[in-house]
Design a protein around this ligand. Structure first.
Ligand SMILES: *[C@@H]1O[C@H](CO)[C@@H](O)[C@H](O)[C@H]1NC(C)=O
Ligand SMILES: *[C@@H]1O[C@H](CO)[C@@H](O)[C@H](O)[C@H]1NC(C)=O
Ligand SMILES: *[C@@H]1O[C@H](CO)[C@@H](O)[C@H](O)[C@H]1NC(C)=O
Ligand SMILES: *[C@@H]1O[C@H](CO)[C@@H](O)[C@H](O)[C@H]1NC(C)=O
Ligand SMILES: *[C@@H]1O[C@H](CO)[C@@H](O)[C@H](O)[C@H]1NC(C)=O
Ligand SMILES: *[C@@H]1O[C@H](CO)[C@@H](O)[C@H](O)[C@H]1NC(C)=O
Ligand SMILES: *[C@@H]1O[C@H](CO)[C@@H](O)[C@H](O)[C@H]1NC(C)=O
Ligand SMILES: *[C@@H]1O[C@H](CO)[C@@H](O)[C@H](O)[C@H]1NC(C)=O
Length: 435
């Protein structure tokens, strides 16, 4: 059985590898200086060991095995021979190791298998660097040359910009075997990170260069509404394209405002903010200035929408309040609990107020979810929502009843219930946004 395997292997070797063809893959073996090269034969380990394996380079002995394994000078600690396949590993390569490597193997059946392959050792690529213009570049005016340089054996150079392959054409030209890129004239879209990648079969290196093309300001627009509601926050934003970034100056009705940001912010609009705004954008490097005008007019606050039912509820409430005031005057007990007005406001506005006993509640209501109190609710009697209700969140204060006139509320509650918040008009609705 073993003999049969040996014979078929021998036949394979004799037919396929007689002339040393195919013992190694096509092409040369590439190594990096200081690195390792592997000469790997495609021999299947035979049943019986090879009688002899001999490696040479340029006729000089590297190793002859077995027996006393004679090793050539300079290879002592650099090689490892695989005696079952004839493969050789060569470490700590130098440029001088480049050359034609031959192996001669004698099989157990006294056949000779010869093979050869070439080793090319490359210097590692190092100190890669792109040199580019050191002056300021201006779009459509300047030109730029980028040159990629490095130490070591360089076989190819490829360029990318912002990670995408850079290709010739338009204002871009390659020369000196891709070592140099000429851009003439530079355009604003030529801004970006340029990378050159230098390679050889054994190593590679990259260098990068950030190109800044100055331009602008241009494409200026003002973003913002032309009509603002009094007391609301308003932002007018000046948008412009510029490298380096533009510096801004805002004028209001022709007067300097002292604002030099892109955004002109009015935290709470007043009627006197109506007028003409102008944004000047300046590029300090190109020296260019452009302007855009914007008009702003200020209008009254839109009142919060009231449903018909809500309006009806308020009407009922006002009537009851009038009745209550009359009763209060009648009984002459009008100044009992004035002092706690402020605390009440605080409690209602900022946190659920559980400090009031439930007994003070005119109509305890646990059926409301948070936020439902935003809508006027006609199912409540007047003042219901003013009653502390421990099951409600701070939203309680949002009930429309609190927007009733001050006199009326005072009249109702001085007699019967907890103190009232002071009138705040539409501020109550502002607060509701925060709740
Ligand atoms: C060259 O690169 C190889 C592989 O990256 C490395 O093993 C070797 O030490 C390098 N040689 C030198 C001289 O830096
Ligand atoms: C020799 O090469 C063969 C095939 O690659 C591998 O299986 C074997 O482990 C190697 N022997 C040594 C001593 O490295
Ligand atoms: C590699 O070779 C250089 C000289 O060619 C030697 O100085 C160095 O010690 C060697 N390194 C190793 C790991 O053998
Ligand atoms: C194999 O190479 C050796 C020397 O390296 C040579 O003597 C022998 O004739 C060669 N055999 C064949 C079949 O090429
Ligand atoms: C690249 O080259 C320039 C000019 O020759 C030099 O100033 C710079 O230090 C170099 N950079 C690197 C990383 O070698
Ligand atoms: C770029 O290099 C070319 C020659 O390749 C030269 O004619 C041109 O003046 C250079 N441009 C700049 C901006 O250095
Ligand atoms: C690598 O560069 C060295 C010196 O620059 C040169 O002697 C050698 O032939 C080059 N090797 C290759 C493979 O180009
Ligand atoms: C605009 O009106 C507000 C009050 O509504 C006032 O504080 C501010 O000083 C006024 N500004 C000017 C420029 O008159």
């Amino acid at each position: 059985m073993e003999t049969a395997v040996a014979i078929s292997l021998t036949l394979f070797i004799l037919t396929g590898l007689c002339a040393g063809q195919g013992l190694f893959p096509q092409g040369s073996v590439n190594g990096a200086e200081g690195g390792t090269a592997m000469f790997i034969t495609n021999l299947i380990p035979p049943a019986q060991p090879f009688i002899k394996i001999s490696w040479t380079v340029g006729g000089a002995n590297i190793i002859t095995s077995p027996g006393d394994d004679s090793i050539g000078p300079g290879y002592g600690d650099r090689i490892t021979l695989n005696k079952t396949t004839g493969s050789l590993e060569l470490r700590n390569l130098t440029l001088a190791d480049s050359g034609e490597y031959r192996v001669s193997i004698t099989t157990a059946t006294a056949e000779t298998i010869n093979g050869s392959t070439e080793l090319v050792v490359y210097e590692n690529i190092s100190d890669a660097n792109i040199t580019g213009p050191s002056n300021n570049l201006f779009a459509d005016v300047s030109s730029a040359n980028l040159t990629c340089e490095a130490a070591g054996n360089i076989t190819t150079i490829q360029w990318t910009k912002e990670g995408q392959p850079l290709s010739a054409g338009g204002n871009i030209l390659f020369s000196e075997e891709n070592r140099k890129v000429s851009i003439s004239p530079v355009k604003r879209h030529d801004n970006g990170e340029y990378v050159c990648k230098l390679t050889n079969p054994a190593s590679s290196a990259t260098a990068s260069y950030r190109m800044i093309v100055n331009y602008g300001p241009e494409s200026m627009t003002i973003l913002g509404q032309n009509v603002a509601e009094v007391e609301l926050f308003t932002l007018i934003y000046c948008s412009v394209q510029s490298v380096p970034p533009a510096t801004f100056t805002w004028l209001f009705n022709g007067q300097q405002t002292g604002v030099h940001e892109a955004g002109y912010i009015i935290r709470s609009v007043s009627y006197n903010n109506s007028g003409d705004y102008r944004c000047d954008a300046r590029n300090d490097l190109t020296g260019n200035v452009i302007s855009v005008d914007h008009s702003l007019s200020v209008k009254d606050k839109t009142p919060p929408p009231l449903s018909p039912e809500g309006a009806a509820g308020i009407a009922v409430a006002v009537m009851l309040v009038v009745v209550a005031v009359a009763l209060g005057l009648y009984f002459g007990i009008t100044h009992q609990r004035n002092n706690s007005t402020n605390t009440t406001e605080t409690g209602i506005s900022h946190a659920p107020d559980t400090s009031h006993g439930p007994g003070t509640s005119l109509a305890p209501d646990t059926s409301h979810g948070p936020g439902t109190s935003l809508a006027p609710d006609t199912s409540h009697g007047p003042g219901t929502s003013l009653a502390p209700d421990t099951s409600h969140g701070p939203g309680t204060s949002l009930a429309p009843d609190t927007s009733h006139g001050p006199g009326a509320k005072g009249g109702v509650y001085e007699n019967v219930g907890p103190p009232l918040p002071p009138p705040r008009g539409s501020n109550i609705y502002n607060r509701s946004i925060k709740c």
